[in-house]
Design a binder for this molecule. Sequence first.
Ligand code: FAD
Length: 318
Amino acid sequence: MMDCKITIVGAGITGLACAQRLVRDGYTPLVLDKGRGIGGRIATRRVMLPDGAIGFDHGAQYLTARDRAFAAALQGLGSASAVWCDGAAEPHLVGVPGMSSLPRSLANGLDVQLGKEVTAMRAVQGGWELDLSQMRVQSHHLVITVPAPQAAALLGTDHALHSRIAKIAMAPCLTLMAALPGDAPRPFVSRVSDDHPLAWIAQNSTKPGRAGVFTTWVAQAGAEWSERHLEETPEIIAARMLPMLAEVIGVAPQSAVYASAHRWRYAQTIAPLGAPFLCSNDATLFVGGDWCLGARVEAAWLSGTAIAQAIIDQSRRL
Ligand SMILES: Cc1cc2nc3c(=O)[nH]c(=O)nc-3n(C[C@H](O)[C@H](O)[C@H](O)COP(=O)(O)OP(=O)(O)OC[C@H]3O[C@@H](n4cnc5c(N)ncnc54)[C@H](O)[C@@H]3O)c2cc1C
């Protein structure tokens, strides 16, 4: 049994922002994540091809900062970030050499344990007990930062917060990653489309630090198309999406040197909670995530930071 004062479930931006803020005040939170990498939905897929390695930002595409504190936090990431010139009026910030550089940089100095899935949680005397596949963790404070449907499942239907969390719907997003020869047409840097199944298409290789032999593209299907094809295998999804991308770019699908698909089951909040987090009556359990305030990385950062601040304020009052 591991004993902790504060345990955070999820090493996405919400969990990392919460942990960073706590560490600044002298706390030593433990961050657990079931994934193999840090960052959750900010992710970069690396693929080895005979001609070298390529990378795709298959989750969040770029960050925008409207909140002053969030903008300041991003500035602190230094060379891990750069502005992507994709023609947008608002600066689009990306990780360098991949989006995952951003959360990795935010995780500096934190105790993050990967490959640790929390399968159950229960209230015990003095806090919370978590079941993981090979261990148990006991913690005075517990912070859950996973997507709302997964948080509702962890809490269970009996918990007082369950009904508010279970109401938050999140739309899926099927994503295609494709590489084309370097001399293939490149008609645009990024494209948003409301009336095409591929709602977002980006020439990934135009982001700073991604130049290579191939032109890489990331295409995200809209919520409706994603919902319709959600349970298909990644191979079938890629086989459906590649011809659509090829048609938009003006190439033959067979010219792709690489194509694969990723399924994001809980990609985007449909209607957020409207508060930065939820908290149990005894203020030992906090539940947060992007879904509290919106559908963007900034919402995740604000939620995690607000949870940390609430824990800090609470202990100052004691
Ligand atoms: C395809 C796509 C494109 C996007 N594009 C943009 C964009 O361009 N700009 C933007 O600002 N935002 C974008 N977003 C949204 C953005 O990625 C999210 O708002 C943000 O990353 C959410 O962070 P989070 O920490 O709240 O959640 P997550 O990043 O989902 O982190 C939750 C973490 O919890 C872990 N976890 C889940 N269950 C358990 C468990 N039982 N035990 C242990 N760990 C667990 C997961 O592995 C994950 O790492 C996009 C999202 C997707 C999917």
